[in-house]
Ligand binder design. Structure first.
Ligand code: 6GU
Length: 229
């Protein structure tokens, strides 16, 4: 998988090189480039935004630097998917992460939250598959943190990135339930013990306990994830 990110804060993405994504990059499964939007401005102040037509608070990103940055990335690209992180987008979920992990080229355009001139989105959509994606119902100042979160969720699903693919199967959200609680050594800690069944060696009983614990936790914390009774 290849991805490109356009941003006015390239430093946000320095952290990608640590842990899983860094290992995937060094192993050659994933490659990326971070593009500084200001590199595509041509005025002395490197202006990327301006006041909104029609008035109102905040600033809107001007289309020209975006056009130039995206031209450079999309030219010659083979069926890329362009994602504009936006609180007005489709909500990012584990199933969307799965879908996106099958893409060969993702392009992320990080705008500030008041947005990018709509013509950039429309022009991009005329040239490539284009989506607006939100990571939840709250407001961030810009798309950068959202893209780091999405990339971490997506890239770990790319085959060969997580060492033991079985560890991906039993996680929260993969089966529509929250994950069961986990325990490790020591067997007793600060007077608290580990549930007996987990020490029993009875794999069927353990699987049944874990499933029950998942269902109970989901009912308590996220009843919206369960099918209506
Ligand atoms: Cl993707 N961007 C911004 N700016 N705010 C958000 C978001 C994205 N998702 C939730 N809030």
């Amino acid at each position: 998988m290849r991805f490109d990110v356009v941003t006015i804060f390239p430093e946000f993405f320095d952290t990608l090189d640590i842990s899983l994504l860094g290992r995937a990059r060094r192993g050659g499964t994933v490659s990326w480039s971070i593009h500084d939007l200001r590199g595509h401005t041509h005025d002395r102040h490197r202006t990327v935004d301006d006041t909104p037509y029609g008035g109102g608070a905040g600033m809107v990103m001007r289309p020209e630097p975006w056009g130039e940055a995206l031209d450079g990335i999309l030219e010659g690209a083979d069926d890329p998917l362009v994602i504009f992180p936006s609180p007005a987008g489709d909500v990012f979920t584990q199933s969307m992460a799965r879908e996106l992990s099958a893409e060969s080229h993702l392009v992320f355009g990080c705008g500030r939250y008041e947005g990018i001139d709509q013509r950039v989105v429309d022009h991009t959509a005329a040239r490539a598959r284009t989506r607006l994606v939100s990571i939840g119902d709250y407001v961030l100042n810009g798309g950068e943190v959202a893209v780091v979160a999405m990339l971490e969720a997506i890239v770990r699903l790319v085959p060969g990135v997580v060492g033991n693919p079985e560890s991906l199967v039993e996680e929260s959200h993969e089966d529509g339930l929250l994950e069961y609680p986990s325990y490790t050594k020591p067997q007793e800690w600060r007077g608290m013990t580990v549930p007996d069944v987990l020490l029993s060696g009875n794999h069927r009983a353990i699987a049944e306990w874990r499933h029950q614990a998942s269902v109970e936790r989901t009912r308590r914390v996220r009843p919206d994830l369960l099918p209506p009774e």
